[in-house]
Structures are given as structure tokens and as C-alpha cells.
Ligand binder design. Sequence first.
Ligand code: ADP
Length: 174
Amino acid sequence: MRIAVYPGSFDPITLGHLNIIERASAMVDELYVGVLTNQAKRPLFTAKERVEMIEESAARLSNVTVRTFDGLTIDFARNCKAQYIVRGLRAITDFEYELQLAQTNRIMAPEIDTMFLTTELKYAYLSSSTVKEVASFGGEIGYFLTPQVARRVYEKYPEAVNRKEAKEASHEQN
Ligand code: ADP
């Protein structure tokens, strides 16, 4: 059995994450998406909400399971009996940080390898934090998220959504 974990904050899951999940799940028998519950990052969504959004988005992928975890990724990988850690690479800016993580993990757990998947170009500049920033100013986030996830993000910024709707209504009148 080839088993992989894909760890991250997923606050919230974007189409870039989903693309990595789809491609990684086609390469292994089981893929465990690990939602980091570390509160120090002050996430917008609770771990439960983040798990639900990933489950909804990846519902048609039968070999994908979503779990929460805290602590070291290698311990999560060992708990899942995984041989691989999947990470997504967007731009060169991701590279140094990811390389450092992968090298550290290799020293601590030489039996587990890190697999990097390069993002599809259209998602190369997409991050959960950008999406939250755009939403907080009432911008359009439908290009970056599934409709269900976009709805949940807007629910977190009701005032920004009111402003967005007012702007759209005044555009229609003109
Ligand atoms: P973390 O807090 O670990 O950075 P993220 O949820 O931001 O967690 O990302 C998890 C993984 O997904 C990381 O490997 C990250 O590089 C990758 N990733 C994030 N956004 C994208 C994207 N748009 N395309 C491809 N990979 C991505």
C-alpha cells in the first residue's frame, strides 16, 4: 500500500490545494489530508470547519481521508503509516522553506520521503491568506475557491459582503 499525508493549515482550502489533493490521490492508494490544529496561527476557521470544507471539496475522491493533527508532521505521517509527505510548490519563495522542512524531516524520519508537486500555473499566486484579505475588502473570491467554500468565507466577513452587494447594485443601476 502506498500511503501519503498532505499536511497544512487549509484556512480555508483553495482550488490550489484541491488541485494538489486530486493529483496526489491519483498517485497513491490512500491520501490523508492533515489539518494542523496549531492555534498559534490564529486561524479564521475552526479545525472542524476546515475539515468539513476539505471533505466536501474532495468528496468524490474515495481514497482521501481528512484528519486533524497537532505537533510534528512526521508523527502524523507515522500514525497514518504513510511513506510519503506531499507538499505543493508554488513559486521560488516556497522553495527555501519547503526544502528546510523536508531536510529536517528526512533527518528525523529517513523512512518517510517528501514529494513535491508543482502547482498549476493558474494557482501559482494563490494562498489562503490572499483569499481572506480579498474577502475582507468585499472582493470577488469565486475564482479561487469552490462555491461552498467561498460562501463560508463571506459568512465570516458580513460587513464586507454588504459593501460588495451595495457596490454591485449601484453598478447595475448605472
Ligand atoms: P502551511 O501552513 O503548511 O503553509 P497551507 O495550507 O498554506 O499550509 O499549505 C499546505 C501546502 O499546500 C503547502 O505545501 C503549500 O505550499 C501548498 N499550497 C498552498 N497553496 C497552494 C497552491 N495555490 N498551489 C499549490 N500548492 C499550494
